[in-house]
Design a binder for this molecule. Structure first.
Ligand code: IGP
Length: 381
C-alpha cells in the first residue's frame, strides 16, 4: 500500500506555507482529524473551490493505512524514492540556491535542476496569483477541446499515427532550434498541414517557451486542441494552464508520485482537460498502468536525465505492456527523436497511435510542409 505521504501534491501545496513558516522540512503535516473529518463531512464530489484537504479526503485511495504511514515521519523524498523516483525536491522555495545545495548537494541531473527551479517559480507564481484567482479564471475560460478524441479521429482517418506537433523554440539538449520563431505562424502551418493537436512549450528558462505563446496560439483561431508542455509539480500550474487556454497537460511520471498523478488526473477531469502521462522506463510504465483513469500515455524516447534518445525504448516498453495497454483502451503517444517516415513506421509498428514531434519539424524552413516529409504523405483532418 502506498503512503499518503507519497503525495507531493500535499507537499507542494504546503511547501510554500511551510517555507513561510520557517520550516526546513518537506513534510508539513495537516492534522489527521482534518482529513478524516473532511472525508466524513463531504462524501460527495469536490468542486473546484474545495480545499486540497477536502479534495484529497474524498479520494478513494485515502484510507487508514495510508494515514498511518503518513504519520510515520518519513520524508517525502524517501517516499518518492520508494516508488523508484530519482528526482528529489528541495521544498524550500524561498531559500537561495547556495543554501539548497548545502543541504542536498548539486542537482544530480538536468531534470532535477529543472524541477528545483520550478519549485521556486511556482512559489513565486502563487505569490503573484493566488490559486483562488486562477480557479476563477479557469472556470471562465472557453470550454476545452477534446485532445484525446482528436488523436483518435486522426489516427482512424489517416492510418498513420496522429500528429501532436510541437511549438518549440529551444531545448537544453539541442540549444536554439529556430532563430526566427513565430509561434502563431508555426501553429497555423502545423494545423493547415494535418496536425491533430499542438503542443506548446511554456517553460521559459530551459525551452524558451512561454504562457504568452500558449495564449497567443489559442487566440489566433487555431482549432486544434492544445497541450501545455510544462513540468507540472503543483495543481496551481494546471489551473494556470487552463486559464490560458490549454486543453491538455503533461504529467511526467519521473517527477510525480502515484498519488500526485491521481490527484492531478482528478483536477484535469474536473476541468475537462486531458492528461498525457509521460513515462520513460519500465518502472514508470508499471506504476502508471496501475493508476485508474489514465487514458493517454506518452513514451518518451529521450531520457530527461541524460538526453540519450533511443526509439527502441517505445518498442521495448510496448512489447512488454502492449496487451494490458490495449485491454485498458489506453492510447499511446511515441515521443521525441522522430525524423523520417521510417521512424514513424517503426513506432507505429510498435503500437503507438500518435506521435509527438518537435525538432524535426520546427528546424525546417517550412514546418508545415515538413509534416508531409515526416509521414511520407499528406495528412488530412
Ligand atoms: O523535439 P523532439 O525530439 O521531436 O521531441 C518532442 C517532445 O517529445 C519533447 O519536446 C519532450 C517530450 N517530453 C518532454 C518533457 C519536457 C520537455 C520536452 C519534452
Amino acid at each position: 500500500m502506498e503512503s499518503f505521504l507519497a503525495s507531493r501534491s500535499v507537499r507542494s501545496s504546503f511547501a510554500a506555507a511551510a517555507a513561510v513558516a520557517g520550516s526546513r522540512g518537506c513534510s508539513p503535516r495537516p492534522s489527521r482529524v482534518a482529513i478524516l473529518g473532511g472525508a466524513r463531512a463531504r462524501p460527495l464530489r469536490a468542486g473546484p473551490k474545495d480545499s486540497i484537504l477536502e479534495v484529497l479526503a474524498q479520494d478513494d485511495m485515502l484510507n487508514a493505512t495510508e494515514l498511518v504511514q503518513w504519520e510515520n515521519g518519513k520524508s517525502v523524498n524517501d517516499i518518492a524514492a520508494s516508488q523508484g523516483i530519482r528526482i528529489r525536491r528541495h521544498c524550500r522555495p524561498t531559500a537561495s540556491l547556495k543554501e539548497i545545495e548545502e543541504e542536498l548537494g548539486a542537482p544530480l541531473n538536468i531534470l532535477e535542476k529543472i524541477i528545483w527551479d520550478k519549485e521556486i517559480e511556482v512559489a513565486e507564481g502563487l505569490a503573484k496569483k493566488p490559486l483562488k484567482e486562477l480557479i476563477e479564471a479557469a472556470a471562465k475560460s472557453p470550454p476545452t477541446r477534446d485532445f484525446y478524441g482528436a488523436l483518435e479521429a486522426a489516427y482512424k482517418c489517416n492510418g498513420v499515427p496522429a500528429l501532436i506537433a510541437e511549438v518549440k523554440k529551444a531545448s537544453p539538449s539541442r540549444g536554439v532550434l529556430r532563430e526566427n520563431f513565430n509561434p502563431v505562424e508555426i501553429a497555423n502551418a502545423y494545423e493547415k498541414n494535418g496536425a491533430a493537436c499542438l503542443s506548446i512549450l511554456t517553460d521559459e528558462k530551459y525551452f524558451q517557451g512561454s504562457f504568452e505563446n500558449l495564449e497567443k496560439v489559442r487566440a489566433s483561431g487555431v482549432k486544434c486542441p492544445l497541450l501545455c508542455k510544462e513540468f507540472v509539480i503543483d495543481k496551481w500550474q494546471i489551473y494556470n494552464a487552463r486559464s490560458k487556454g490549454a486543453d491538455a497537460i503533461l504529467l511526467i511520471a519521473a517527477v510525480l508520485t502515484d498519488l500526485d498523478i491521481k490527484y492531478f488526473l482528478r483536477i484535469c477531469k474536473e476541468l475537462g482537460m486531458t492528461a498525457l502521462i509521460e513515462v520513460h522506463d519500465e518502472k514508470e510504465m508499471e506504476r502508471v498502468l496501475k493508476i485508474n483513469g489514465v487514458k493517454l500515455i506518452g513514451i518518451n524516447n529521450r531520457s530527461l536525465e541524460t538526453f540519450v534518445v533511443d526509439t527502441s525504448n517505445t518498442k521495448m516498453l510496448l512489447e512488454k505492456h502492449g496487451d494490458s495497454i490495449r485491454e485498458k483502451g489506453i492510447l499511446v503517444v511515441g515521443e521525441s527523436g522522430l525524423f523520417t517516415p521510417d521512424d514513424v513506421a517503426y513506432v507505429q509498428n510498435a503500437g503507438v497511435s500518435a506521435v509527438l514531434v518537435g525538432e524535426s519539424l520546427v528546424k525546417q524552413e517550412d514546418p508545415g510542409r515538413a509534416i508531409t516529409g515526416l509521414f511520407g504523405k499528406e495528412l488530412l483532418h
